[in-house]
Design a protein around this ligand. Structure first.
Ligand SMILES: Cc1cc2nc3c(=O)[nH]c(=O)nc-3n(C[C@H](O)[C@H](O)[C@H](O)COP(=O)(O)OP(=O)(O)OC[C@H]3O[C@@H](n4cnc5c(N)ncnc54)[C@H](O)[C@@H]3O)c2cc1C
Length: 399
């Protein structure tokens, strides 16, 4: 099996890497505490980093790199591999750009959106001008999304939406909700809901902050009180919302930044070389060597899934199970990497951002807290294992 990149792909990697190095502020690493595979410290979700992440998104948009994986007729280059290379490089440098709009809403609209919706939204997404948040979860509907209670009642040329969403990451820093709501109260659960776009500035939308475990404002509660949503904002068919959300979730589960894992490993290896404990370098301690070797192998396994899913997409295959496997592997890896880093750093690892003695600017302490978010968001690890067991291995569904 030949895993080699083409010359064009290697040239693209060099080009985007040079661009990132040129535009990132030299002290960016001191601000960006982002931990790979998790959500709570993503700069794109914090108000503090909006100016810079919007600016960088627009720069990528100008280069045509935000929608690089999209088909050519929508302004992309039709290369999932280039999109994966871009994800790898951007995450290595903790580059704050892109998000739900480019990795989830755009690709889903291309597959199931009306021509009118594509015309209205794709250019703004590809240029980095507009952002989306995901309105799936509710206080009593997470893994069991079909229990959702938000309703969208038919009112001629619009739906009237009432209800509440929760854990809505980035709703406070984006412009549009990507929302699922119940449109047929009598239909079987999985045919009862519709996916729609709801502009945040529609009368009746209220967004309230939730502070996450890392102390950042990334989540929100969003309330809908008689919100009028034009029917042209329906994504895909009415009452097919769960199918369209499943499709969007596949894109979400593949939207991984792989480079961040390599970067943290490099930093830990350097730390082990440069740090002495009890009179000898950490790098000579067999426990440290074993732990770093073990995590390095796991990162390689994850990278194999990562490149494989891009390769499959470029061959027109839908990496449905691979998306679940990838999501499972990289979010669990995020936790293991944080455990390994914390063990290596010892008590200093607990120090927070801003503390002079905190190694890596406090990234590890924060990452340790943040890492637990990955295996929960976008479908928990248990849910991914159920998908792999039933659809992958053909095991029976639990009655
Ligand atoms: C960082 C982060 C960001 C998020 N961002 C968003 C967002 O932007 N928009 C959005 O809509 N939602 C978002 N979520 C919410 C996320 O989708 C839900 O938290 C997730 O689907 C789990 O739902 P729940 O929290 O209700 O937990 P529950 O579904 O109540 O699960 C609780 C526990 O039970 C387990 N469990 C549940 N059902 C089963 C089952 N059938 N088999 C085995 N185990 C099961 C779960 O694995 C979990 O361990 C985010 C979550 C996190 C952590």
């Amino acid at each position: 099996m030949d895993f080699a990149f083409t010359k064009e792909e290697l040239d693209f990697r060099r080009e985007i890497e040079a661009f990132v190095k040129e535009v990132l502020p030299p002290d960016w690493d001191e601000w960006a505490v982002y931990w790979p595979g998790s959500y709570g410290t993503m700069p794109q979700l914090e108000a503090e980093f909006q100016e810079i992440s919007r600016r960088f998104s627009r720069m990528l948009g100008e280069k045509g790199w935000l929608g690089i994986g999209w088909p050519k007729e929508y302004g992309g280059q039709g290369s999932a591999m280039k999109a994966a290379i871009s994800g790898d490089v951007l995450s290595y440098y903790r580059f704050p750009a892109g998000g739900v709009a480019t990795t989830i809403a755009g690709p889903t609209l291309i597959l199931v959106g009306s021509e009118e919706l594509k015309k209205e939204f794709l250019p703004g997404i590809a240029s980095g001008e507009i952002g989306f948040w995901l309105g799936y979860s509710e206080p009593n509907a997470g893994s069991d999304l079909v229990s959702l209670k938000t309703t969208a009642v038919d009112d001629g040329d619009a739906f009237i939406v009432n209800g509440q969403k929760i854990w809505s990451s980035g709703a406070h820093v984006t412009e549009y909700g990507w929302v699922i709501a119940k449109t047929d109260m009598d239909a079987p659960a999985h045919k009862s809901a519709t996916l729609m776009i709801i502009p945040n500035d529609t009368p009746g939308v209220t967004i309230k902050p939730i502070i996450n475990i890392c102390g950042n404002h990334s989540f929100n509660e969003v309330f809908f009180d008689d919100v009028r949503v034009p029917k042209r904002y329906v994504v895909g068919e009415v009452n097919k919302g769960f199918y369209n959300v499943m499709l969007a979730l596949q894109f979400e589960r593949m939207s991984v930044g792989s480079g961040g894992f390599r970067r943290v490993l490099e930093e830990l290896v350097r730390f082990a070389r440069e740090t002495e404990r009890d009179g000898r370098p950490l790098s000579e301690d067999p426990r440290v060597r074993k732990a770093l070797a073990a995590i390095a192998v796991e990162i390689e396994v994850f990278l194999t899934f990562y490149w494989q899913s891009a390769w499959m997409q470029d061959r027109g295959q839908v990496p449905e199970l691979e998306a679940s496997a990838l999501k499972l592997v990289f979010t669990e890896l995020s936790v293991k990497l944080a455990d390994t880093a914390m063990d290596l750093l010892g008590p200093f690892g607990l120090l927070d951002k801003g503390s002079k003695r905190a190694p890596f600017g406090g990234r590890v302490g924060m990452g340790y807290l943040d890492a637990i978010s990955g295996p929960i968001g976008a479908g928990t690890s248990e849910i991914q294992k159920t998908i792999l067991a039933t659809r992958g291995l053909g095991l029976p569904r639990k009655k």
